[in-house]
Design a protein around this ligand. Structure first.
Ligand SMILES: Nc1ncnc2c1ncn2[C@@H]1O[C@H](COP(=O)(O)OP(=O)(O)OP(=O)(O)O)[C@@H](O)[C@H]1O
Ligand SMILES: [Mg+2]
Length: 281
């Protein structure tokens, strides 16, 4: 069995050249954004919104890529907390950590997750990527290599349509599909389409090298994603500094710099747009 996150993944051979997805729909989505007045979301994370002219486009699918411990989970939990505070419906799909561990992370920062859950606007759900891989296998065997257009990749409680979704992480999902990369691509395409149908803004975590050169395992994710946010954990002598970069964001003007980020005990992430960080990439 593939080891939990990390190790085996990071030493994987370089991602093979990405194939264009069969059901690539983000072009359509793009048009939809252009026709109606574009709406943006704000994260209310100190400094993060300042990296954008207006914000991130509502309904976008955004990769959050970074090495181990670079802050991917905390950043996403904080985005979700601030959205819940605005009354938005939030879903955290965990393929790595158990639900209770995620609640405890949130407790550490004083984010009232249990209260949000009671109010019915916050759902943390753990999934097994191995179960998903097995069920996709069975489905594809029946459906001659293509998942049906209306395939539902995640079963949610009835009536729960999230405004914001976090997937933690695509890397954990992909590790269950080793040797079946086509099945993985097929599943990921359906996942993106599903969020698009629900009009949810999605943040999808991918684990990379500490200084990444590619931002996802198969490359298909980068085709499908509207945005890529990169988190860095850069070594400077004997310390490491956190940094963040908006690598791309379709339909939004943004700063193109790597800037400092900090995880502060008790309060969470803060970003310093004026503080540029340089690394020997
Ligand atoms: N309660 C806390 N207070 C202050 N700093 C913290 C706290 N919890 C975690 N951190 C710091 O934040 C870093 C980022 O943690 P996080 O779990 O978000 O990383 P990640 O990118 O999701 O890692 P992984 O690849 O292991 O999933 C940790 O490595 C730690 O240095
Ligand atoms: Mg994490």
């Amino acid at each position: 069995m593939a080891s939990k996150k990390g190790k085996s993944k990071r030493h994987h051979k370089p991602a093979e050249k990405a194939r264009k997805p069969r059901h690539h729909t983000s072009g359509k989505k793009h048009k939809k954004h252009e026709q109606k007045k574009r709406e943006y979301i704000k994260t209310s994370i100190k400094g993060l919104d300042d990296l954008f002219e207006h914000g991130m486009p509502k309904g976008a699918s955004i990769l959050v890529a970074g090495g181990a411990g670079s802050g991917k989970t905390i950043l996403c939990l904080q985005i979700l907390t601030n959205a819940a505070r605005e009354g938005k419906k939030c879903l955290y799909m965990s393929f790595e950590e158990p639900e209770e561990r995620l609640r405890e992370h949130m407790d550490d920062f004083g984010w009232p997750v249990r209260e949000f859950e009671k109010q019915g606007k916050f759902l943390i759900k753990r999934f097994s990527s191995f179960d998903i891989a097995k069920s996709i296998d069975a489905l594809l065997a029946k459906e001659r290599g293509e998942l049906a257009i209306d395939y539902t990749p995640v079963v949610l409680p009835e009536g729960f349509t999230p405004d914001i979704v976090i997937v933690d992480s695509l890397s954990a999902i992909s590790s269950a599909f080793v040797g079946k990369e086509d099945n993985y691509r097929s599943y990921v395409e359906q996942l993106f389409r599903y969020f698009e149908r629900m009009d949810s803004t999605a943040f999808l975590i991918t684990e990379t090298e500490q200084i990444p050169t590619t931002f996802s395992r198969s490359g298909v994710e980068e085709f499908l994603a509207d945005g890529v946010i990169v988190l860095y954990n850069i070594r400077k002598g004997n310390i490491r500094e956190n940094a963040i970069e908006i690598l791309k964001m379709r339909g939004a003007k943004h700063m193109k710099k790597i800037v400092a980020m900090q995880v502060l005990s008790g309060t969470g992430i803060e970003i310093f747009p004026e503080q540029e960080v340089f690394s020997k990439i």
